[in-house]
Each structure stands twice: as C-alpha cells, then as structure tokens.
Design a protein around this ligand. Structure first.
Ligand SMILES: [Zn+2]
Length: 124
C-alpha cells in the first residue's frame, strides 16, 4: 500500500519504508530594536493608518507570506542525500545511491519498527 510519494522525485513509498521529512520555515528577519528619542515622538497613528490603507486592497495570504511561510516535504533516501548536499539547489536526479554501508533499516528494526515485507522489490 502506497503511503507517501517523495516530493523530490515522485517515488512511491510504503508505510514502513525509510523516508525523510524536511520542514522549512521562511521568516522575515529583524534587527535588534533600538528606541531613541525620535521614536518616542513619532506620529505612529498616522503611520499605522497609512499602512492599513496601503494593505487594504492586498491579498491577506500574500501579506502573511511576506512575514512567514512554512513548507514540509517527504523525501526518499536518494533525494535526502541530494538535499543535504545542497539544500538551496536541490535536484532529485543528483541523489544517487543511499549509503549502503550504514544499515539504517537494521537500526530502525532494532528500535522495533517492523521490517518491510517487500524489501526485495524496493528500487536501490
Ligand atoms: Zn525521491
């Protein structure tokens, strides 16, 4: 039974297959706040009203995304290899073979995660 699709290459993954989750938070960055005398005497009310007027006809989702946008992806082992090598220029075809010297499946089984019944059909 197909439980997940790799968001990198589209490979179908069954429940119990090794997969990776990538969570990305894109947030607006702010410098440390420094308050001076000029900040204390500024007319914030007028600035706020002007800002509200400028935002009035904008798409709320677009405005929200200028401050925060989150993503979550599922990756197969091959795409995970490509992703961690160069996260900002990730291409699934750069994945190659997962490192077979490290038996991650064996490790997961030792934690009590059931082995995959159709392991021999898994593409390597
Ligand atoms: Zn993939």
């Amino acid at each position: 039974m197909i439980a997940y699709c790799c968001d990198g290459c589209g490979k179908e993954m069954k429940k119990g297959d090794l997969r990776y989750t990538v969570r990305i938070d894109v947030r607006a960055a702010y410098d440390e706040l420094e308050i001076g005398l000029s900040d204390l005497v500024r007319d914030y009310r007028a600035e706020m009203l002007a800002l509200i007027e400028r935002l009035r006809h904008k798409d709320p989702k677009e405005i929200e995304e200028t401050v925060y946008k989150g993503f979550q992806f599922d990756l197969c082992p091959s795409c995970q290899q490509a992703y961690i090598r160069d996260p900002l220029r990730f291409h699934p075809e750069q994945g190659g073979e997962p490192d077979t010297e490290i038996d991650i499946d064996g490790f997961l089984r030792s934690l009590g995660i059931p082995p995959d019944e159709n392991d021999d059909q898994r593409s390597r």
